[in-house]
Design a protein around this ligand. Structure first.
Ligand code: BGC
Length: 419
């Protein structure tokens, strides 16, 4: 194992010249100066050793598709400096990571100063390496005390969140400028409270809506707390937006799809738009929806799909970006990626999506950055370790990180600020 505690030397696969760009290459797609190139991760998916509502749920048989537990995940809690080295190796100038609330506030009102210090180190280490930290405050996992009191259904939940954010801002406010309050509020509340797929596995439209309301309140409170702590911070949200298309050219089908699209893509943003300095876009999906009086079915053509069966549809990122123009806010793409264990589709995926991003920029969308999901293979929620989203492959026994060929291509794009 390369990463025994206390081993200071660089791991053998790391070499600062691993990805050397071809300087003479002519660029067809040049991105704006200062564009942020990054990758994204989340605490529970990579850190390991967490005790939160998700770990509790993982232990109950049958919840995780491949039977795994997040366990030590990628061991990034210990190996965070190595992860930053990888970010550097990718010639990236940004890194989006999240803070694990359950580590920071394991008991209500009791803050763990070691955990806070460790996250501050992570942000500082980024800065020292010329990497802009983009910090997410809530990426779906909760302290046990919070979950036991009903989580986001409890009307106190936004206030509890405010208290946590206040303490984080005090500790990290000087080192972090870009904050993302909540990751994908709709995906989270839909899967947890309406579809019954994730903890606490509810099937209630009213709970789904209530959670969204509390998340919106929590975002607003966090916005003010962060701005009070540091006047030059920029606060946004990571919003999963999708391109919805109607399967039939019939008014009823089209009407429903327009309604769904407005609800999914815009209702939450509309609610919080006065407290946004930027919008973070997470784009993965395109959904062609067939609607009948009996319900709806997704009818994508699926000519190209990822390992998870998700259709690869680059035009969707262009459409979702242009839809965001109406908010007149800067946009950072905070997630876009695919599960591709053989790394056969990732290069095309990245380049095709970036072509569409470039087109949106040309047409006036103020896109300031792109974070690929993900830096590392990681624990993919209810799917366990099977899906491989990483530019770096992870050996989950030794925690060795190995770049996939697509990592080299992404590094070259980042270094050249285009391709
Ligand atoms: C989430 C990530 C997740 C990714 C791939 C996003 O919706 O924010 O945590 O790993 O999708 O499923």
């Amino acid at each position: 194992m390369y990463f025994k505690k206390g081993v200071k030397r660089a791991p053998v696969w790391y070499n600062s010249s691993t990805f050397m760009p071809d300087k003479k290459k002519k660029l067809k797609y040049k991105f704006p100066q200062g564009f942020l190139w990054g990758t994204a991760t989340s605490a529970h998916q990579i850190e390991g050793g967490n005790e939160n509502n998700w770990t509790e749920w993982e232990r109950q048989a049958g919840h995780i598709a491949d039977g795994s537990l997040s366990g030590r995940a990628c061991n990034s809690w210990e190996l965070y400096k190595e992860d930053i080295r990888l970010v550097k190796e990718l010639h990236n100038n940004a890194y989006r990571f999240s803070l694990e609330w359950s580590r920071i506030e394991p008991r209500p009102g009791h803050f763990d100063t070691d955990a806070l210090r460790r996250y501050r180190d992570l942000a500082r280490e980024c800065r020292r390496s010329g990497i802009e930290p983009i910090v997410t405050l809530y990426h779906w996992t909760q302290p046990l005390w919070f979950a036991r009191q009903g989580g986001w259904l409890n009307k106190q939940s936004p206030l509890w969140f405010r208290q946590y954010v206040g303490r984080v801002a005090k500790e990290l406010g000087r080192d972090v400028t870009l904050w993302c309050t909540i990751n994908e509020p709709l995906i989270y509340s839909y899967n947890s409270y309406f579809q019954g797929k994730w903890p606490p596995q509810a099937h209630s439209f009213w709970q789904f809506k209530k959670v969204l309301r509390n998340l919106a309140k929590a975002h607003k409170l966090a916005y003010f707390v962060l701005h009070d702590a540091s006047s030059d911070c920029r606060v946004g949200i990571a919003k999963n937006n999708q391109l919805f298309e109607s399967y039939l050219d019939k008014w009823f089908n089209k009407l429903v799809v327009t309604f769904v699209s407005r609800f999914w893509n815009h209702s939450f943003l509309n609610k919080i738009q006065d407290t946004l300095d930027f919008i973070g876009l997470n784009y993965y999906f395109h959904s062609v929806v067939y609607v009948s009086l009996r319900g709806y079915v997704v009818m994508n053509e699926n000519k190209k799909v990822s390992d998870m069966g998700w259709e690869i549809f680059p035009r969707g990122i262009y459409e979702t970006l242009t839809e965001l123009k109406r908010y007149r806010l800067p946009v950072y793409i905070l997630e876009n990626g695919l599960a591709d264990s053989h790394d056969e589709q990732r290069v095309d995926f990245i380049q095709e999506h970036l072509r569409c991003v470039h087109q949106a920029i040309k047409e006036g969308v103020d896109v300031r950055g792109y974070c690929h999901w993900s830096l590392l293979d990681n624990f993919e929620w209810a799917d366990g370790f099977e899906p491989k989203f990483g530019l770096y492959k992870v050996n989950f026994k030794t925690f060795e990180r190995t770049p996939r060929p697509s990592a080299g291509v992404y590094a070259e794009i980042a270094q050249n600020n285009g391709f």
